[in-house]
Design a protein around this ligand. Structure first.
Ligand code: SF4
Length: 399
């Protein structure tokens, strides 16, 4: 039975011009930040025991994301993982992932990560086209990306994932495919491909806001999306979610836990968790995280609905995003599961919620099947190829 833990490292070497994730470039606070994160890990482990937080199906997973976890000294990352393994009694077959960027990764770090228990790397390659990498403002070039990948395998990692971005101004489909071919030939087992989003508040937004449609025409972006999926499938890297493909057996168990609606702990500024049907977030502020971590025990139980009464925040640290009722969770199930190639399992729906899926969603099913966006195969309902292009509105229909 598994628990799932997400750890957020908010530090990056430099802010990428398209990025709207929470990240900071001042790494002088890293030591204090990781001291606080260790405290938080121990706190949640005790909390979980005290309130009997249930373990979900499947093995344990731990995911260190960012930001750029590889840009801080590895002793902080490995030290925090040790604390997590000790305090949560993580199982030996857990999937333990670390996000790394090519510019701050080498085989020495890789060996340190592997020795401390990480067994999966997710590398932010993004592209192997130097012009595209320059446009994205990344710190690495294609040579650096390939060297970092080599170092990951040299260090002993077998389970390596690579992130790619599509829909970048000036990017060619041929360039994307040749990059994917190169990394999959090197032994990468999992590929995440994300379409570039021009988000408000980013440098890219200021640069492109007046002509977003011209820069990345939606039909070009969709063509890239489908071609990439087909190409990866042809290489034995099978799409199992809207943005993710893997050699069978190498699907991300951690992300799959999110799509299964499992509980998960969250540690670190800017991280989000889900416990006892409450979605909660940590404030996006390293300073307040470090100075407020001592408050965590005062309000976490009330925030997560374990006390008599509730509170909406723990000062400077946590806030409630959503308290979900049984009906909310039932409605979220198809929303999350339609992201996956397995889709909605109507038998599981019945087991979990005691209702017949086809009855609850009679109209939504009829309409989306009629439009050719959904298909039914046995007990499963999934998006069609056409439906992938309308995934968001279709999923929202079920909320
Ligand atoms: S490295 Fe990643 S998290 Fe950091 S600024 Fe760039 S895109 Fe954002």
């Amino acid at each position: 039975m598994g628990i799932h833990i997400y750890v957020h490292n908010p530090f990056c070497v430099r802010k990428c011009p398209y990025c709207d994730f929470y990240s900071v470039t001042d790494r002088s606070l890293a030591e204090k930040y990781y001291e606080a994160a260790n405290l938080e890990a121990r706190f949640w482990a005790e909390f979980g025991k005290q309130y009997g937080i249930k373990r979900g199906d499947g093995p344990d997973t731990v995911y260190f994301g960012g930001g750029t976890p590889s840009c801080v000294p590895e002793k902080y990352i490995c030290g925090l993982l040790e604390t997590i393994k000790d305090s949560f009694a993580i199982s030996p077959d857990a999937e333990i992932t670390l996000e790394v960027n090519p510019a701050s990764f080498d085989a020495v770090k890789g060996r340190a990560y592997l020795n401390s228990g990480f067994n999966r790397l997710s590398m932010g390659i993004q592209s192997l086209d130097d012009d595209v990498l320059r446009t994205l403002g990344r710190l690495h070039d294609s040579k650096g990306a390939l060297k970092a990948l080599d170092s990951a395998f040299e260090a002993g990692f077998e389970n390596v994932s690579a992130d790619f971005i599509t829909g970048v101004p000036g990017q060619s489909l041929e360039g994307i495919l040749s990059g994917l071919e190169r990394v999959t030939d090197m032994g990468v087992k999992h590929i995440s491909t994300y379409s570039l989003m021009i988000e408000e508040g980013t440098q890219f937004y200021a640069r492109y806001k007046d002509n977003i449609e011209e820069i990345v025409p939606p039909e070009t972006e969709r063509e890239m999306y489908h071609t990439v999926r087909d190409f990866l499938e042809g290489k034995g890297i099978i799409p199992y979610e809207i943005s993710n493909s893997a050699v069978p057996g190498f699907e991300s168990r951690h992300n799959s836990a999110y799509w299964d609606g499992c509980d998960y702990y969250a540690i670190g500024a800017g991280s989000h968790g889900f416990l006892n049907s409450v979605r909660f977030g940590h404030y996006d502020d390293v300073d307040s995280y470090v100075s407020s971590i001592g408050n965590i025990s005062t309000g976490a139980a009330l925030l997560l609905g374990f006390g008599s009464g509730t509170s909406e925040s723990v000062e400077g640290l946590l806030y409630c995003e959503e308290r979900m009722s049984g009906t909310d969770r039932m409605r979220e199930y198809p929303f999350l599961r339609l992201r996956t190639s397995k889709g909605i399992d109507t038998d599981e729906f019945k087991r979990r919620f005691g209702k017949d899926f086809a009855e609850v969603y009679k109209n939504e099913l009829k309409e989306n099947i009629g439009k050719g966006y959904l298909k039914v195969k046995g007990q499963n309902v999934t998006l069609t190829e056409k439906g992938l292009d309308y995934a968001n509105p279709v999923m929202e229909d079920f909320l």
